[in-house]
Design a protein around this ligand. Structure first.
Ligand SMILES: [Zn+2]
Length: 151
């Protein structure tokens, strides 16, 4: 089933920039090239948006199909859902959300960097969208690893 709205490149770029800015410090702390393990929900277009995003910061991102045993990596997924309509004009909106697991030496670790978020702007009227994201989880994210290759 196709979703009934079109995902624009600008949606993916904003999402990719948020992912990048949420995880870059994790790799910089180890002077490591970002290693990303995207789940199957991360489409080719979304991967390309991530590549572009890292490149704009002068970083190469490497993609791996499975989570490595020794290296620092992140695993992520992508969920696209209709958001609340614009409070100002009623235009439909989309939310792109990712669970991100920080992995080191084959295990999930806690990374205390702040996740980057971007407040969306209504494409029709320019009004800023109201925040409605879930609160940050207390435990390190690991559920995204379910369904991926074994550690
Ligand atoms: Zn609007």
């Amino acid at each position: 089933m196709r979703r009934d709205f079109k995902l624009r490149r600008s949606h993916l770029d904003a999402w990719a920039n948020d992912v990048r800015d949420s995880v870059l410090a994790y790799f910089e702390a180890a002077n490591a090239t970002p290693l990303l393990c995207p789940g199957t929900s991360v489409t080719d277009k979304a991967r390309r948006a991530l590549m572009r995003s890292f490149r704009r910061k002068g970083e190469r991102a490497t993609f791996a199909a499975s989570v490595p045993r020794s290296a620092r990596a992140i695993a992520l997924d992508l969920r696209v859902e209709p958001g609340s309509p614009c409070a100002n004009c009623g235009e439909a909106s989309k939310t792109l959300e990712s669970r991100i697991a920080f992995v080191s030496r084959g295990g999930v670790v806690r990374f205390d960097g702040k996740p980057r978020t971007t407040t969306g702007v209504c494409p029709a009227c320019g009004a800023a969208q109201e925040e409605e994201g879930p609160p940050a989880p207390d435990e390190p994210e690991s559920s995204v690893l379910r369904g991926m290759s074994e550690l």
